[in-house]
Ligand binder design. Sequence first.
Ligand code: THU
Length: 130
Amino acid sequence: MTLFEQALRVREHAYAPYSSFKVGAALRSVSGKVYFGCNVENSAYPEGTCAEAGAIASMIAEGENEISEICIVADSPNPISPCGGCRQKLAEFCQPSVPVHLANLDGILESHTMAELLPNSFSSDHLPNE
Ligand code: THU
C-alpha cells in the first residue's frame, strides 16, 4: 500500500461527529516504518485532536522522532492544508526538505516541503540554553 492508500484507510476511522470532516494521516519515519493518525473530536470542541497529532504520537510512542514523508487526506475539492498548530507539530520532527503530501479521496493533489508550509518556524534554536 502506498502512503496515500494508508492515510485513506485510516481516515475511515476518524471520529468526527461534530464537523463531519474526516482526516487521515500516514507518515513514514526515517526507519521506513509507517505510523497513522486520524482526527478525534470531542463534545468539548477544543479537546479534539488532529490526524497529524495522532500520527506523531504513534511514532513517538514507538521510540522514533524523525519523519521522512507524510501524507494527509481529507474529502475536499481542494487539497487539505494542515492547520497552523499541526505545521508547528510536524516541524518539530521534520527536516525542512521533508515532503508533505496533501490529498483528497482521489489521490495526492499537491506536495510541499516542510519549509514551504512553515517558513522561519519557531524551534528549539530560539530557546535560551539551560
Ligand atoms: N483537522 C485535522 O485533523 N488536521 C488538519 O490539519 C486540519 C483539521 C481536523 C480537526 C477537526 O476534527 C476537523 O478536521 C475540522 O476542522
